[in-house]
Design a protein around this ligand. Structure first.
Ligand code: AMP
Ligand code: MG
Length: 500
């Protein structure tokens, strides 16, 4: 009999670990490293229930010890995933989970497989020089931004829990350590495919593709060419994802291929940010010196990333190289069209136009121009992106926000009125479309920074308040006005950092 403290803890749901059954080139088995004093910082009860994990049990000392990596979970088969990637365009043949450990998979209440991963759980064979740990700042940042993203309706990894380790991590200064429990339908990235493809390991490549198809794109198993169908599906999801991000003013910041999910979920909340005043070339990340991942550059980068996936899948598309190349190239060339369709729909909806208004190509073109012109007005006025769209409810509110030269604004408004008329868009319907597509509250950088500073000093109240404020981002609530307003010049955050 193992001693009681070594007994695995039953979290209340049964793990079924498909990833651990894949060829072993794809991962290394590794146990989390125990920490000094685990204590719960935040628990996502709603997500726990969805995963079949009883929240009360998850909040117990024993379960918190599991979430900190100090105890093992019954049925878990901990592993660190292998992956490679292009970081800022530069090929890195080996990255991998340097501080994240997959505990295993649960099938949720909708029948969807979800991976449960501890981020900051200690060193792995992929840690290189890193300590395998995470500070409380990046952990709470990912928790709050990920959950806010979910509330906005954007596909994303989720946060199940954040746990303090009672240890210190050394970054620019010593910081309290923490572990995030991250939940994703899958953590497979373009970089995972790159890892095996670059090694010419067709066995592992095939197994990886089959795993992704079986569990996440089962309908594509019957396609003539499943590998090509997978490429098309990932391109479609990435196009939709980036359009959705951009419509919320989100800048991911590190769209490297290792941070590009083949499920089309937002993954890796590092130096990402939601912008306040609009500029198409806005960048926050301190390390993105060439503005590669600027707001308006994100579609081109998703295109580039999916082209890397295409490269990996070539051997699985057709036995003949030239045939594969021709088919993959034709798919990849379709990215711009995929993105445009998604973006037209998102921007159109932000202006009050339902999908039907975009069916006529001439009208779609005029709505597209209307959107472009509006973004131009926002940028010229250094107006707040979120408030700028919310202000479209009436011309008075808009005049109040864009208070410079009124002529271009009045002309733009008249054009929009005409287009609403022409597309037969009912005014009430337009208002409802806008309310459903233009959030009132986003995780503003200055609020996020404030919540991190407080939590670092041991005060979790700002985090709880911020999270609550972001749970229903489309609903007006005068009591939450403080979370709506843009930063004052003193509060403005100019740069964000990875903090890894
Ligand atoms: P990211 O910038 O978070 O996407 O991470 C890039 C790579 O660095 C991944 O392979 C991570 O696992 C690794 N990494 C980041 N932080 C650490 C750390 N503190 N210890 C070990 N590896 C890390
Ligand atoms: Mg990453």
């Amino acid at each position: 009999m193992p001693e009681p403290s070594a007994m695995p803890i039953d979290l209340g749901a049964r793990f079924d670990n498909a990833y651990a059954r894949l060829p072993e080139q794809l991962f290394s088995r590794v146990e989390p490293t125990p920490v000094a004093r685990p204590s719960l910082l935040a628990l996502n009860r709603e997500l726990a229930v969805e995963l079949g994990l009883p929240p009360e049990r998850l909040a117990s000392d024993e379960a918190v010890a599991v979430l900190a990596g100090s105890r093992s979970a019954d049925g878990a088969e901990p592993l660190a995933m292998a992956y490679a990637g292009h970081q800022f365009g530069h090929w890195v043949p080996q990255l991998g989970d340097g501080r994240a450990i997959l505990l295993g998979e649960l099938v949720d209440s909708h029948g969807v497989r979800r991976e449960v991963q501890l981020k900051g759980a200690g060193r792995t064979p992929w840690s290189r020089g890193g300590d395998g740990r995470a500070g409380i700042g990046p952990v709470l940042r990912e928790y709050v931004l990920g959950e806010a993203m979910h509330a906005l309706g954007v596909p994303t990894t989720r946060a199940l829990a954040a746990v303090a380790t009672g240890e210190t991590v050394l970054r620019e200064r010593p910081l309290p350590g923490a572990v995030l429990t991250r939940v994703a339908r899958s953590h497979v990235r373009v970089g995972t495919f790159q890892y095996v493809a670059a090694r010419g390991d067709t066995e592992a490549l095939t197994a990886l593709m089959m795993h992704v198809l079986e569990h996440h794109y089962p309908a594509l198993l019957d396609a003539d060419r499943p590998a090509l169908a997978l490429l098309d599906a990932v391109m479609q999801r990435q196009a939709a994802l980036v359009a959705h991000w951009m419509s919320a003013g989100f800048i991911h910041g590190v769209m490297n291929t290792d941070n590009c999910s083949v499920l089309g979920d937002t993954i890796d909340y590092g130096p990402c940010a939601f912008m306040d005043d609009f500029a198409a070339d806005r960048v926050f990340s301190s390390i993105d010196v060439q503005a590669r991942y600027a707001w308006g550059n994100q579609p081109a980068m998703a295109h580039w990333n999916t082209a890397q996936l295409a490269q990996c899948l070539l051997p699985l598309i057709d036995a003949d190289k030239n045939t594969s190349l021709g088919l993959a190239q034709a798919s990849v060339d379709g990215f711009d069209a995929l993105f445009s369709t998604c973006w037209d729909a998102r921007l159109g909806a932000k202006l009050g136009f339902a999908a039907g208004a975009l069916e006529d190509p001439a009208q779609a073109e005029r709505i597209r121009t209307l959107g472009k012109d509006y973004l131009g007005l926002l940028q010229a006025n250094e107006a707040d992106f979120t408030q700028g769209f919310r202000a479209l409810r009436d011309i008075e509110t808009l005049r109040g926000l864009l208070d410079t030269d009124p002529a271009p604004l009045e002309a733009w408004w008249a054009t929009r009125e005409a287009l609403l008329e022409e597309t037969g868009t009912d005014r009430q319907a337009a208002q409802a479309t806008m309310r459903a597509n233009n959030p009132v509250r986003i995780p503003r950088n200055h609020q996020v920074e404030r919540m991190i500073e407080a939590a670092t000093e041991g005060d979790l109240e700002p985090m709880r308040a911020l999270q609550a404020a972001l749970a229903h981002p489309f609903d007006e609530d005068p009591a939450l006005a403080a979370y709506e307003r843009p930063p004052t010049p003193d509060e403005r955050v100019q740069q964000t950092f990875c903090g890894t």
